[in-house]
Design a protein around this ligand. Structure first.
Ligand SMILES: Cc1ncc(COP(=O)(O)O)c(C=O)c1O
Length: 394
């Protein structure tokens, strides 16, 4: 018997066709426990949002310390809240000189919105270039740069002045021109099926931006913070964006987003005054969680760990029904022959206590984005179950 199932369907807005419906009562490390005491090995990590797994003790301790000091005290940018400043300082130490100024907000999509505003404000140009099959969030600005028509048409009109290019197709780069404020790209396309930039594609984009004076915005909301084996995904491809957008993993399980750019660029948000404002951005409790999450990613050497575990997965997860493993680090997608096989694997694995998930636009993909702290033993245990399910469907 479920205590809240009926009320969940009755009182909470539902937008997905069939929710997974787990009722968690506790989560720790790589596991979520439901109200019947069933343990689920979490290979999704809140959709790439839990680099340290659930309730990492150091993050919990940092949050408790901040809870004892002060919570929300003022809107963003008025008071000098030491913990938020420390977070910005820490981010600056991890990022190249061009990205030293940080504005923390409350979610990924909000950070994307702000980055688009900043690009238009700084360049004075009207046009944004985005990629087909991109995903940048679900508010109106972010949906305007979403490269998947079926999801956005019902919500039109969205923001005008967006042109789309094919990701990894250099012949489209001529659409970036003197009217372009910014090109926004995911460093690795997520919803599209964990599509990596091929060869020196990102460098070519960077070059075209430099030639035309357009800014390069990289959305690292999913690829950031060790998931691809480097602290930031762009480090894999030898480019530095003009504006970086982060979120998800940065909060270590608390809601956050942020954009990062040069002080010269971000100061344009002071003219007119209050060019971007938020009540809760830089929230001190979230900032405490984020700062400690960054410290732990470094302390536990999770960038290297993510590559080690990628190797283990690629060597171990071999099966005739796995046609390809896409992605990098612990941002991996098992490619199934068809949607039915992917659906069956995800649902049967859930039944057997392993959480897998879908990608937004690629129905053949099965998401594998575990906590970066997941152990080899946990991955091996998950593989036994996945293999067993696939064997029965071969
Ligand atoms: C690449 C990318 N950009 C933006 C977002 C939106 O972030 P949020 O859900 O925090 O608004 C996501 C979330 O999945 C994402 O993966």
């Amino acid at each position: 018997m479920s205590a809240y199932r009926d009320s969940f369907f009755k009182y909470m807005v539902r937008t997905g066709p069939s929710p997974m419906g787990i009722e968690p009562v506790k989560a720790e490390g790589s596991y979520i426990y439901d109200r019947h005491g069933k343990a689920y090995l979490d290979l999704v990590a809140g959709v790439s949002a839990l680099p340290l797994g659930h309730r990492h003790p150091a993050v919990e301790e940092a949050v408790r310390r901040q809870l004892d000091r002060y919570w929300h005290v003022m809107v963003y940018g008025e008071f000098i809240q030491d913990i938020s400043v420390q977070l910005a300082q820490k981010m600056a130490s991890l990022l190249p000189p061009r990205l030293q100024s940080m504005y923390p907000v409350n979610s990924g999509t909000e950070a994307v919105e702000a980055s688009l505003k900043l690009a238009k404000r700084y360049t004075g140009r009207p046009k944004i270039v985005a990629a087909r099959y991109s995903y940048h969030g679900n508010t109106q600005g972010s949906m305007s740069v979403m490269g998947f028509e079926p999801r956005k048409i019902p919500f039109t009109p969205l923001i005008p002045g967006v042109e789309f290019i094919r990701y990894n197709d250099e012949s489209d780069l001529e659409k970036i021109d003197g009217r372009t404020a910014a090109v926004i790209l995911e460093t690795i396309q997520g919803g599209a099926g964990f599509i990596e930039p091929r060869g020196d594609y990102l460098r070519k984009v960077r070059q075209r931006c430099d030639e035309t004076g357009a800014l390069l915005i990289l959305d690292e909301i999913q690829t950031g913070f060790g998931r691809t084996g480097r602290m930031f995904g762009f480090e894999n491809y030898g480019v530095v964006p003009d504006i970086l957008v982060t979120g998800k993993a940065l909060g270590g399980g608390f809601p956050i987003g942020a954009f990062h750019a040069s002080p010269e660029m971000t100061e344009t948000l002071r003219r007119p005054p209050m060019g971007h404002i938020t009540t809760f951005g830089g929230h001190p409790v979230v900032a405490a969680a984020a700062l400690e999450t960054l410290n732990q990613i470094e302390r536990l050497e999770l960038c290297r760990a993510s590559l080690d575990k990628e190797r283990f997965i690629r060597e171990t997860f071999r099966h005739p029904l796995i046609q390809e493993i896409r992605g990098r680090g612990l941002m991996l997608a098992l490619m199934m022959p068809d949607k039915q096989t992917a659906d069956r694997l995800i649902l049967e694995a859930l039944d057997r206590g392993v959480i897998l998930f879908w990608l937004l636009y690629e129905p053949r993909a099965v998401r594998l984005t575990p906590p970066l702290t997941v152990s080899r033993e946990e991955l091996a245990r998950a593989w036994q179950i996945i293999k067993d399910i696939l064997d029965r469907h071969s």
